[in-house]
Design a protein around this ligand. Structure first.
Ligand code: IPM
Ligand code: MN
Length: 333
């Protein structure tokens, strides 16, 4: 049965990576049709809205989406379209595996944890104002409802994935109200899951421990900002953005698979960007829709190509984006 998946290429090198990904997915024999929609700068220029209603409608209709990184004006301008999309679809859980992948070595050989990040609140509320010139406030929003559902999500994830431990990361020594609430919710809910060991770590210490000995972690649950930082910290330990991806989940069956790196804007139009940051979430998406054989073939091809030294420039190689796809197609087996 053919599955239709919404594809949001994103900004920057996104369209180049989307084209490359489509070619590889087709070559791997996946029975997928991509419905492409535009969000980000081009949508903003055309419609005045970086996340037009048709993007949300297409995701809701197809239930599964693949999204490149959508750029955000830094220090001014509209709210991040990535954040808008998470909030509008109420995709409150960002699941980001941090795992050593065959081929591209990271700093550790023994890392397999999952960062589960709350994705609708915290300092991502977008509520900011100037009190008087030179004094501004950015409001961190934390609700009990959001704390409880992300913590329950994390425990349920741990149980259904055979995980043993959940680490809740907070800064409740400083943010006694917001992070205090998050920590309290964790302690309240933990007894419902006696089979999962529960611990709470303060964010700075948690970061040091992650760099020193990532193998001590299993599942990590954090609010939006710390989750963002921990996921990228983890990515850096396992070979960078070539090796990680994210999925966004909520209470419905809508799942958005996303690239977690913006890519390098300087590379736009040169055809030399690394396709792996979009190929990783694409493979996870294929597994989700039941295209397991195609996903296995692509994973195998990536491992073999990397082992053969086929790499784009950003990871020390020579091949172009499409050259990498050619090399992967040759190795699909
Ligand atoms: C991510 C990104 C986004 C975030 C940016 C682009 C808004 O860093 O998906 O991790 O901070 O969530
Ligand atoms: Mn991030």
């Amino acid at each position: 049965m053919t599955t239709t998946v919404t594809l949001i290429p994103g900004d920057g090198v996104g369209p180049e990576l989307a084209r490359a990904t489509r070619r590889l997915v087709a070559a791997a024999g996946a029975d997928v049709v991509f419905e492409e929609v535009t969000a980000g700068r081009k949508a903003f220029e055309a419609t005045g809205d970086p996340v037009p209603a048709d993007v949300i409608a297409a995701i809701k209709r197809n239930r599964t989406a693949l999204k490149g990184l959508i750029g955000t004006p830094v220090g001014y301008g509209y709210e991040s379209p990535n954040v808008r999309l998470r909030k509008e679809l109420d995709l409150f859980a960002a699941v980001r595996p941090v795992r050593v992948q065959p081929g591209l070595r990271g700093r550790y050989d023994d890392v397999d944890c999952v960062v589960i990040r709350e994705s609708t609140e915290d300092v991502y509320s977008g509520i900011e104002h100037q009190v008087v010139p030179g004094v501004v406030q950015s409001i961190k929003v934390t609700t009990r409802a959001a704390c409880e559902r992300i913590i329950r999500f994390a425990f349920e994830f741990a149980v259904s994935h055979g995980r043993k431990k959940l680490t809740l990361v907070h800064k409740a020594n400083i943010m006694k109200q917001s992070d205090g609430l998050f920590l309290r919710c964790g302690k309240e809910i933990a007894p419902e899951y006696p089979q999962i060991a529960f611990e709470a770590l303060i964010a700075d210490n948690a970061s040091m421990q992650l760099v020193r000995d990532p193998s001590r972690y299993d599942v990590i649950v954090a609010m939006n900002l710390f989750g963002d930082l921990l996921a990228d910290l983890g990515a850096g330990l396992v070979g960078g953005v070539s090796n990680v991806w994210g999925s966004l989940r909520g209470e419905s069956d809508v799942v958005v698979y996303e690239a977690v790196s913006a890519g390098d804007d300087a590379l736009v139009g040169q055809g030399i960007a690394n396709p792996l940051p979009l190929l990783r979430p694409a493979v996870a998406m294929l597994r989700h829709i039941g295209e397991t054989a195609a996903a296995d073939r692509i994973d195998g091809a990536i491992a073999r190509a990397l082992a053969d030294g086929v790499r784009t420039k950003d990871v020390g190689g020579q091949v172009t984006t499409e050259g990498m796809i050619d090399a992967l197609i040759e190795r699909l087996g």
